[in-house]
Design a protein around this ligand. Structure first.
Ligand code: FAD
Ligand code: DLZ
Ligand code: SF4
Length: 507
């Protein structure tokens, strides 16, 4: 045999670079479910089930297409529990001349792979992952010499590179960004599309049994399990999004509603991130709907920006700044993550909603992640590393390359402003404006201090004052500190005392 090709659980794409280089008759593919990957962080049970089931379906598709595939199940005899162990066993079985792999998306796995040539005395060919739009080199070249790295400018380059929503050199409609039109609160009498759901087939049922037995002590509800697990099913999720949700995606992108877990979001991230959908193809389908006149420009641009802008940009930051990025704690926050992040049991309705649906679905949308769970953790001074580990564990779409910059950078300001220009800190007023959560909350969002007041209100000021030395030079926060300094001394003392009293109750 000449090549052994290792395909990882987030590389489930027929167009994968490693698959383009190999020969069906001489080479062999290895895919393996390994204990180390499922437990280096205690992933949500649904996330493990999604990945194992999608891996098994993909292996079956590859076999049907004529590839020789070794598929190692988690409970197969002799499973060593690690990628390295499984590659070693496959080398002993097949005696390949080379190992081929598309570059792993995470630093941790890449470091492991880099040690293999020496460990196995074989060449290891690491190919670029061309499912991403920007290469590492392109991002590094863009970042080189810039004082500030801002998504907006990088995004414009990606628009030019992909030619999405472009009229020659000009952006469609004359503006690059229509975000200011995407901030409407939702109302509960609006039509909400219900996500497409799939019955578990035999393969998925086997996986659900395995995950229940082996990982039943991990966070999250395993069932009902209705995720797409094949390319065909993931395409149905995309088709339905284009049909039913995309027209309103832009308007209500930032909205939150009690009991409405998905609103007009696409629910595509788990599938894009594990390879069942191709990000550029998804954007082209969205652009085609715009060209047909079915969806407005603000929704089209807003959606495409999330993928060719934010998604590519956070990946660029991750690879530019790792491995030291994960250790950053600019605000020196030290508090432990409150227990209710694992149960949803809190009187704060917004947090209870976001965490409970996370437990049920391994999903919360962007504003819930950023402005509810993320905002609260930052205001309360939770150690950003603990926050990062929580997000990495609980969401079906979480892989460190995308989760870490979003959590540590965007939501916790733990990188001191590499990813975003100011902390996303907000009082209860923002949550009240964008949701109906406050109506059903035991706290009063209008009250600023005291036991009945929304805790976000005092925590907001406490956060700004606690971190004044680090934040007061930020030009985007100048006005906020002016407001604080104009406040009566008595009021300021009450805010800080109210926050301190609340923080004492956090366990
Ligand atoms: P939609 O709202 O429908 O958006 C469309 C697509 O745009 C998504 O499917 C996703 O591919 C992409 N996208 C949107 N925002 C971002 C972003 N900020 N970064 C990267 N891609 C984006 N996204 C992940 O894919 N994995 C994560 O682990 C993850 N962790 C996050 C942690 C925090 C603290 C925050 C604030 C955001 C995080 N995000 C993460 C980004 C975003 O919240 C999710 O991509 C989105 O909620 C996925 O749901 P959706 O597919 O319905 O997205
Ligand atoms: C997330 C995950 C899990 C839970 N299990 C596996 C696995 O058993 N085998 C595998 O190949 N991949 C798994 N993955 C996805 C990997 O963690 C991911 O491919 C790497 O971290 C690189 O991003
Ligand atoms: Fe959240 Fe405060 Fe509103 Fe309650 S009142 S839901 S704690 S923002």
């Amino acid at each position: 045999m000449s090549n052994l090709i290792l395909i990882l659980g987030d590389q489930l794409s027929h167009g994968l670079s490693s698959l383009q280089t190999i020969d069906k008759s001489h080479d062999r593919i290895l895919m393996c479910e390994v204990w180390d990957e499922a437990t280096y962080i205690k992933h949500h049970q649904k996330k493990i089930a999604l990945i194992f089931s999608a891996m098994r379906h993909f292996a079956q598709e590859l076999k049907e297409a004529g590839w020789q595939v070794d598929y190692i199940k988690l409970d197969d005899d002799g499973n060593s529990g690690s990628f390295k162990g499984e590659v070693e066993r496959a080398i002993n079985r097949h005696k390949p001349k080379n190992i081929v792999i598309t570059e792993p998306a995470e630093w941790r796995v890449m470091e492991d792979v880099k040690s293999w040539p020496k460990d196995f005395n074989l060449t290891v060919e690491i190919l670029p992952d061309d499912r991403f739009i920007a290469t590492h080199h392109e991002f590094e070249a863009w970042a080189e010499g810039r004082k500030q790295l801002r998504m907006e400018y990088f995004y414009r380059d990606m628009r030019r590179k992909t030619n999405l929503l472009m009229n020659g050199d000009e952006p469609e409609g004359g503006k690059w960004n229509y975000d200011s039109e995407n901030r409407k609160p939702a109302k509960d009498d609006m039509f909400m599309p219900k996500p497409v759901q799939f019955e578990p087939d035999e393969i998925t049922q086997d996986v659900l049994k395995l995950v229940g037995e082996k990982f039943g002590n991990h966070f999250g509800d395993l069932e009902p399990f209705w995720f797409a697990v094949t390319h065909e099913q993931a395409k149905k999720v995309l088709d339905y999004f284009l049909e039913a949700a995309l027209p309103s995606f832009g308007d209500y992108q930032d909205a939150m509603l009690t009991g409405q877990k998905f609103l007009y979001h696409s629910l595509l991230s788990p599938y894009i991130n594990c390879g069942l959908l191709d990000p550029l193809e998804v954007c082209k389908r969205v652009e085609a709907e715009y060209k047909k006149g079915r969806i407005p420009l603000n929704a089209t641009e807003g959606f495409i920006r999330q993928i060719i802008g934010w998604r590519e940009y956070v990946r660029g930051i991750y690879w530019l700044k790792m491995p030291e990025y994960v250790k950053r704690n600019f605000l020196e926050a030290k508090r432990s993550l409150p227990d209710f992040y694992w149960t949803g049991k809190t009187d704060m309705q917004c947090l209870s909603e976001a965490i409970t649906q996370t437990k049920e679905e391994a999903y919360a949308h962007h504003i819930q992640r950023l402005m509810v769970t993320g905002n609260f953790a930052m205001l309360a001074g939770v150690d950003p590393h603990e926050v990062h580990e929580w997000y990495l564990a609980v969401y079906a779409d979480a892989y460190e390359w995308v989760e870490l910059p979003n959590t540590l950078g965007m939501s916790q300001f733990g990188d001191g402003g590499i990813l975003g220009s100011k902390p996303y800190a907000a009082s209860g007023n923002y949550i009240n404006k964008m949701s109906d959560y406050c109506k059903n909350c035991r706290f009063d969002v209008k009250q600023k201090i005291g036991d009945e007041a929304c805790p976000f209100n005092a925590l907001y000021w406490d956060f700004l004052i606690r971190n004044e030395d680090k934040l007061k030079g930020n030009p985007r926060l100048g006005q906020v500190y002016v407001t604080w300094n104009k406040m009566a001394e008595e009021k300021r003392v009450e805010y800080l005392a109210s926050a301190a009293k609340f923080l004492e109750t956090l366990k």
